[in-house]
Design a protein around this ligand. Structure first.
Ligand code: MN
Length: 257
């Protein structure tokens, strides 16, 4: 059977499941909160144009107001100073957006310690159990943080010392970005970096190293618990915003059952 017909048959027969990894996009979608003097993005909102009324008797439509980095979204290399000569979000190679994904599950540790950081030894241990990281593919960091995503306060988890959310240690971020053939890093949190990463060396190391290496970031994923450690195919669909530094995206995984 031709490959794509086989795939469609498999989807119809539930031998391949389509898992939605996307957070719903609404005015309640949590957004990053930077401290002064930095500027912040806006909340997502709908502005109604008409709804079967005198402004449009038979049609309903809205303008949308959003930042590029709102909800489940892609960071393009040009988002960060280290990647400023890299591609914008309209220029991403499609083969990086339909690609294999593996899940590194640290949810047990992140539940116990909201500031938990993934280290190189954790990834080495994962590789010993699961095989090498996928060339041209994605590492998805499962922390269990998606359970908080419908509550902005718990999701951002900030106190007087700043946000406390799990992520990746600077040395591990450098190693994943520079010494592997990954396409990108996906996380469940509001950004690819840990909440405390403003104080790391360098600050925000996942942004610094991944985007500087021409790799991508993917945030606020959900349902990673429904993916196997290896074998899923990720389908990521950012809008081709010309000159854009990122874009909200619908993200699916294809999973063999
Ligand atoms: Mn972003």
């Amino acid at each position: 059977m031709p490959l794509l017909a086989d795939l469609l048959d498999s989807i119809a027969a539930n031998r391949v499941e389509i898992v939605d990894l996307t957070a719903p996009l609404s005015k309640d979608t949590p957004i990053l909160q930077l401290p002064p003097p930095f500027a912040n993005t806006i909340n997502f909102s709908l502005e109604q144009i008409s709804r079967y009324d005198e402004a449009g008797p038979n049609w309903y439509w809205n303008n949308i107001h959003t930042g590029e980095h709102t909800g489940t979204h892609v960071d393009a290399p040009v988002h960060w100073s280290s990647g400023k000569d890299g591609p914008d979000v309209s220029q991403l190679a499609l083969r990086t957006l339909v690609a294999p994904a593996v899940v590194v599950d640290v949810s047990d540790r992140a539940v116990a310690d909201p500031d938990y950081l993934l280290r190189i030894d954790d990834v080495r241990l994962w590789e010993a159990e699961n095989g090498p990281l996928p060339a041209g593919g994605w590492v998805l960091l499962r922390t269990g943080w998606d359970r908080r995503s419908n509550d902005a306060t718990r999701f951002l988890n900030a106190d007087e010392t700043g946000p406390h959310t799990p992520g990746i240690a600077a040395e591990c971020a450098r190693w994943l970005a520079e010494d592997t053939n990954l396409a990108g890093l996906g996380v469940e949190t509001v950004g690819t970096d840990a909440g405390a990463a403003h104080g790391f060396d360098p600050p925000f190391p996942c942004h610094h190293y991944f985007l500087g290496a021409g790799k991508l970031g993917l945030t606020q994923l959900q349902n990673l618990a429904r993916l196997p450690a290896t074998g899923a195919v990720l389908v990521i669909s950012p809008l081709p915003i010309v000159g854009g530094s990122g874009s909200p995206a619908r993200v699916y995984a294809l999973v063999e059952r």
